[in-house]
Structure formats: C-alpha cells, structure tokens
Design a protein around this ligand. Structure first.
Ligand SMILES: Nc1ncnc2c1ncn2[C@@H]1O[C@H](COP(=O)(O)OP(=O)(O)OP(=O)(O)O)[C@@H](O)[C@H]1O
Ligand SMILES: O=P(O)(O)OC[C@H]1O[C@H](OP(=O)(O)OP(=O)(O)O)[C@H](O)[C@@H]1O
Ligand SMILES: [Mg+2]
Length: 302
C-alpha cells in the first residue's frame, strides 16, 4: 500500500530551492494553480485544485515518485537517470513514466580536465581519478568507452577537486561553462544532456487524481509551447513582402493586414516557433521592414 491511497489530493514533488525551483513554480502558476506558499513549508497547498506541492532536495524527487510517495515530480533527467541506475544496481523499484520534457533546466554532464592537461580522447582517462556527483552515469560512460578509471564521489564543490589534488579530472554539470573556466578547467567530453522532466509514478488509478492529471497535462503543453513561441509583428513594403516573409522563422501562413492611409506597406503578423535573432531583425530592416515587434506569448492552444 502506498502513501497516496489515503488521499485523493495529488502530490507533486518539486525542488525547494535551487536551479529548478523558480521555473517549476512559474509553470504551476501559468497552469492556473493558486499556491499558498510560505517559505519554510515542506508542503504547499494549492487553493483552487486538489493538489499539494512537496518542496524537497532535488535528489529525493525520483525516489519519492518511484516509491509512490508522490504522484508527480519535476526533476532534472541527470538526477533521474543517476537514481535509476543506482536503484537497478540495488534491485530497488525504479518504475516511473515521463509525462513531459520541460523547456527549462537544460544542462550537460561533462568531463573536464585541467586547462594545461594533455588530453587525446577518453583513453587519456585510463588510470586517472575522476571526481563527480554522478558516479553511476560516469561509470556507464567509462564502461561504454572501455576505460578503467577511479571514481571519487563528491556531493559538492566538484570543480575544485583537481586543484585540491583530489582528482585528475571531474565530471560535473555545465551550462555556460563559466564555473569550469573560473576553476581553470577544460570541457573535453559531454556524456549526458539533460532537461527538467515531469514524471509520474506507475499505476495511478484514483479517478480524482487521474482527472487532475488530465486537466494539468494540456495546460502544461500549452505553456511549454507558448514559452518556445513568439508573436512577431512588422510593417513591410509590399514590393519586398515575399523576401521578408521568407526570413521569418516558421511563417508559412502569415496574417497580412492593410495599413490605414498607407498603400505602400502592409502589416505582417506571425506566430513563430523560434526566437527572432538580432541578425534576422537587421536583415528585415535592411529590406525596408519597420516597427518590428517580438512579443512573448503567455498561453497557446491549437
Ligand atoms: N548550470 C545549470 N544550468 C541549468 N540547469 C542546471 C544547471 N546546473 C544544474 N542544473 C539542473 O538543475 C538541477 C538542480 O540543480 P541545483 O544546482 O539546484 O541542484 P542541487 O544543488 O543538487 O540542489 P538541492 O539542494 O535541491 O539538492 C540539476 O540537477 C540540473 O538538472
Ligand atoms: O556552466 P555554468 O553555467 O557555470 O553552470 C555550472 C554550475 O552550475 C551548477 O551549480 P550551481 O550554480 O547550481 O550551484 P551548486 O553547485 O550549489 O549546485 C553545476 O553544479 C555547476 O557547478
Ligand atoms: Mg541535489
């Protein structure tokens, strides 16, 4: 019997404070959840839906879902995969479904060596010591490469290990690369690419809980889709209309509107699935486009 069979309220595990907390929170708010959040609380109640948000360390989220203590969870794939590998090794339950890949928390798990170190490929790691918070993912990679190295498991400050003489290399999360650079390290292999995911425990059968999940999922997709889209508006000279439309990402069917008192130009409106880069904006301007607006979209349902 799992924890949840006592209650129909849906329990969602999220990171309390860290890289995923703000965006997880923003996602819930965009989905219409009114959360009664008091900073130190472990459980935050959603006032307008039968949902409780559990705020925990991200490392605990996969286990809480796999053990059926929470129904849903938002966690980085890196943490999820590491926990799965560990549980498989320990013969512990590790069942879950991924409901959605989210558009935040993007990072990569990489191996880095000291700036001046000689590195010729994975075989250069043979016999070396590598510090990491992700021993299982690193071990899987080394096995795939047929390389034997010693793994030192550190929970934090992995990037200082080489300078402290604790390791020859590290395997840690990278996003901008600033942390590596600040510590005199060089990224040499990307071993895993990660994003935040929404996971669900196996065998959710409570009708009330399923109903909430079925309400929530289309809203999450709508918010994700909107996050990745932009609404672009501009004025274009009629003579250059085709060239201008060709520059707009994903603009197969733009809306064309006449401009009052102006026969030379038209307004072009388009929902684009991509960001409009500065370079494209400059090209549009060079073609005679003006009043170019790129607006965020809040919600989107097709
Ligand atoms: N630099 C980054 N850019 C984007 N996403 C990142 C970055 N670093 C980590 N992440 C993602 O965010 C997750 C949480 O990172 P964070 O650094 O907040 O974890 P933590 O320090 O282990 O937090 P906790 O206290 O909850 O254990 C990571 O597991 C990863 O999926
Ligand atoms: O490539 P970068 O953009 O520099 O990001 C990478 C850093 O971000 C993460 O740590 P975070 O800043 O979340 O702090 P933490 O070590 O306390 O988790 C990660 O563990 C790296 O240290
Ligand atoms: Mg953690």
């Amino acid at each position: 019997m799992t924890f949840n069979q006592h209650s129909s309220r849906l329990r969602i595990a999220t990171q309390k404070s860290g890289r995923l907390s703000q965006e997880s929170q923003a996602l819930f708010t965009s989905c219409g959840l009114k959360i009664n959040l008091r900073e130190q609380r472990l459980i935050a109640h959603v006032e307008n839906m039968d949902i409780d948000i559990l705020r925990v360390r991200d490392d605990d989220i996969p286990g809480l879902v796999m053990d059926g203590v929470c129904d849903l969870g938002i966690v980085g794939e890196n943490v999820l995969e590491e926990e799965s590998l560990q549980r498989q090794l320990d013969n512990e339950p590790c069942d879950y479904d991924i409901l959605s890949r989210l558009s935040f928390g993007g990072c990569r798990l990489s191996i880095a060596v000291q700036q001046e170190a000689d590195y010729q490929g994975p075989t250069s790691l043979a016999g070396k010591t590598i510090a990491t918070t992700y021993p299982r993912l690193l071990n899987r990679y080394l096995k795939q490469q047929g390389v034997q190295a010693r793994i030192v498991n550190l929970k934090g400050s992995v990037e200082v290990a080489p300078r402290a003489g604790l390791a020859d290399a590290i395997c840690d999360l990278v996003s901008t690369g600033a942390t590596l650079e600040a510590n005199g390290l060089r990224e040499v292999e990307v071993i895993y690419r990660s994003k935040a995911v929404l996971i669900q425990r196996k065998n959710v059968s409570d009708a009330a809980q399923l109903k909430i999940i079925n309400t929530l999922m289309p809203r999450i997709s709508a918010v994700m889709q909107a996050n990745e889209s932009k609404y672009i508006m501009l004025h274009a000279p009629k003579a250059k209309l085709n060239e201008i439309i060709a520059l707009l990402p994903g603009a197969e069917n733009p809306t064309l509107l006449p401009l009052a008192g102006n026969d030379e130009q038209m307004a072009v409106h388009v929902v684009s699935s991509e960001t409009l880069f500065w370079e494209t904006m400059e090209q549009l301007k060079a073609l005679g486009a003006s009043s170019i607006l790129v607006l965020p979209i809040e919600k989107m349902m097709e």
